[in-house]
Design a protein around this ligand. Structure first.
Ligand SMILES: [Zn+2]
Length: 74
């Protein structure tokens, strides 16, 4: 196998890049988080998933901004 050649485990085709698509991640009935799935461009098999790092940064920034606008608690 040439160095760097990546093969999709489902369709056995070489994969030069993956398609990234937004998806909602959830745990039981708890809310949810914005995430993404990485799929094979040939057969659309899901090859990976994770949290959307940009969404995590945005959510954190909005929560911090909201906290800063709360009146002091004493
Ligand atoms: Zn594939």
């Amino acid at each position: 196998m040439p160095n760097g050649l990546r093969i999709c485990p489902k369709c056995d085709q070489p994969v030069e890049e993956l398609d990234a698509d937004a998806i909602r991640l959830k745990k039981g009935d708890e809310g949810g988080w914005r995430g993404f799935v990485l799929t094979c461009p040939h057969c659309t098999a899901i090859l990976g998933a994770g949290f959307d790092p940009i969404a995590l940064i945005e959510d954190t920034a909005m929560r911090v901004a909201a906290k800063l606008q709360e009146p002091p608690k004493n």
